[in-house]
Design a protein around this ligand. Structure first.
Ligand code: FAD
Length: 286
């Protein structure tokens, strides 16, 4: 049995809100193991995350995982967010260091957690939460080496993390090499590959550049000249993501995490093609 999970981001406008909940309604019948909601620095984006997580709890059968970062907040502030999630019945946190709002070098808040390991330790010490962390098969852009990232992942697992979700990767062999390196380092928590099916190849390329994700030449060639042809791009995106998921499943991965970008169509199609759902279920509007 393969587990699946979906990432959403909190919407910023009424139109985006409608789009998100349409996507949630379409994907809910696939019965994901959990759905995660991203978190930004700054009060208003945080409030949007909390509101989105609360609505998932109140209006769906889905199990939300709330992302939480150490950025620009004291330990007391972060601890109160954690308590609010516990009170709201949220039992799963994706614990991250996070990025500064200006994407500059990370500076911990003077009374804050120094990074992801301390945050995981604090959540684990409180108890009552499933704790997911990040992992970077192609190295975090700030990291001096892949081994540094693997050592950090080990520290996060030792601190109490229960699983790791990877950055999105297009070059599937990088996922496999990373899995082997993680196992060789004695890290035993499940490693969940992050999959990003996207029709917007130009946007995906920009995100990949920012995240240090390699865009293989074969992938660029498939999209070349299709800037004005979204229909063909959509077919290509579904095919690429399906192939990647199939390879990962054949390699023994038991859980796939989809970065949905709040769009259901591609993720829904990939899950249907791979049989990662009960085909009798119908999607419903929320
Ligand atoms: P970590 O894995 O803790 O570390 C990141 C870098 O810092 C690595 O290069 C590491 O080597 C270095 N480092 C950390 N601690 C030390 C140390 N003690 N000594 C030496 N080097 C160290 N961002 C958001 O703002 N909101 C989100 O909701 C969000 N969700 C994400 C979900 C996933 C699954 C992933 C993969 C990323 C997500 N991000 C999110 C992006 C993430 O915040 C950034 O990549 C950020 O730069 C790193 O946070 P992290 O917890 O992944 O960092």
């Amino acid at each position: 049995m393969t587990d699946i999970s979906f990432e959403f981001f909190p919407p910023k406008s009424p139109e985006a809100e409608e789009k998100l909940w349409t996507a949630v309604g379409r994907l809910e019948p696939l019965a994901p193991d959990f759905v995660s909601v991203t978190y930004g620095a700054g009060g208003s984006t945080r409030d949007r995350t909390h509101a989105c997580v609360r609505r998932l709890v109140d209006e769906t059968q889905l199990k939300p995982a709330a992302h939480l970062t150490c950025v620009a907040a004291s330990r007391a502030d972060i601890d109160s967010v954690i308590e609010a999630y516990a009170t709201a019945g949220v039992g799963h946190i994706v614990a991250l260091r996070g990025d500064m709002p200006d994407m500059g070098e990370f500076q911990p808040h003077e009374d804050g957690y120094s990074g992801s390991v301390e945050l995981v330790e604090a959540i684990a010490a409180r108890g009552g939460f499933d704790i997911t962390v990040s992992a970077y098969p192609e190295k975090h852009p700030e990291s001096s080496s892949l081994q540094t990232d693997i050592d950090l992942l080990k520290a996060k697992a030792d601190a109490g993390a229960t699983r790791a979700i990877t950055q999105f990767v297009f070059d599937t062999p990088a996922h496999l090499r990373f899995r082997d390196a993680v196992a060789a380092a004695g890290i035993t928590i499940p490693l969940i590959p992050g999959i990003m099916p996207t029709t917007n190849f130009a946007g995906a390329r920009r995100m990949a550049a920012a995240c240090g994700t390699h865009v293989p030449d074969w992938m660029s060639a498939m999209y070349a000249g299709l800037e004005e042809d979204p229909d063909t791009r959509k077919h290509i995106a579904a095919s690429i993501a399906t192939d990647q998921c199939r390879t990962l499943l054949n390699e023994g991965f038991e859980h796939l995490h989809f970065y949905t970008l709040n769009q259901a169509d591609l993720t829904f199609a990939v899950c249907r093609i791979l049989g990662l759902c009960d085909s009798q279920q119908e999607s419903k509007p929320l």
